[in-house]
Design a protein around this ligand. Structure first.
Ligand SMILES: [Zn+2]
Length: 249
């Protein structure tokens, strides 16, 4: 996913930014998964020579430390930073705990953060759909696509479907109506005004992924038709998928 930018929809501005404290560097030359000693402290994402898992380097703003972390820890830190920017960390932590508790009961074992996160993203989707915050819905789908993309070869087909969802939505220009029932009265529109029909970095990603899966982009677009119809119905997208993809995929 490197090189793709996540579209930023306007978010609440951060209420208070704490004074910038000095960062403590706690990076060590050891794999956070298996503990094997490394030749040097990694400066960026690095694959362990021993267990072959990828480790990441993050500066955690919650305690101002820089550490070498696992993928799960990096995801937790990234998510915390995102909610900190919206000024909502305590509420978010509570939500993570509650979701973890609920899934533990349902699964009968301790859920991975990945599962907790997926469950919360699903809830977010429903909330955004109900409020007609289609730009936020789109961003949530992006996070789900990234999650699937990280989950290995078995999830690649599903990741592609999410990418096509995002592509379809992007072409139709999603807006956020914030739950206002009469938003149209004030000139707001959920989609629009006209489709973009542009190629972009996502087009390249989709074409590349299709190649890896051994299908053409055209075939993927046709296979995606039923899913496009479901998305169109759910989000009341004005344009037909068939009117979009032949021009820009
Ligand atoms: Zn290792």
């Amino acid at each position: 996913m490197v090189g793709l930018s996540r579209r930023r929809t306007p978010e609440a501005s951060a209420p208070e930014v704490p004074a910038r404290a000095e960062v403590r560097d706690l990076c060590v030359a050891a794999c956070p998964y298996c503990g094997v000693e490394l030749k040097k402290v990694p400066g960026a994402a690095t694959r362990c020579p021993d267990c072959h898992q990828t480790m990441y380097v993050r500066t955690d703003k919650r305690d101002q430390t820089r550490r070498v972390v696992t993928e799960e820890q990096a995801a937790r830190i990234d998510d915390a930073h995102e909610v900190m920017a919206a000024g909502d960390l305590a509420r978010y932590d509570r939500r993570v705990r509650e979701t973890t508790d609920r899934l533990r009961v349902r699964f009968g074992y301790e859920p991975a953060y990945r599962d907790v996160r997926w469950s919360m993203l699903n809830e977010d989707q429903l909330t955004h759909q109900a409020r007609r915050d289609y730009g936020l819905y789109r961003n949530t789908q992006w996070k789900m696509m990234e999650e699937l993309d990280r989950s290995g070869p078995g999830k690649q087909r599903q990741a592609l479907e999410f990418a096509l969802n995002i592509f379809y939505m992007d072409q139709c220009e999603p807006n956020n109506l914030g739950g206002l029932a009469n938003a149209e009265k004030f000139g707001a529109r959920p989609w629009g005004p006209a489709p973009k029909l542009e190629r972009g970095s996502l087009t390249e990603w989709i074409r590349g992924r299709c190649e890896k899966l051994g299908i053409t982009a055209e075939q993927a677009a046709r296979d995606y038709e039923p899913a496009a119809e479901r998305l169109k119905m759910a989000l009341k997208i004005p344009q037909q998928w068939a009117a979009i993809w032949p021009q820009c995929l």
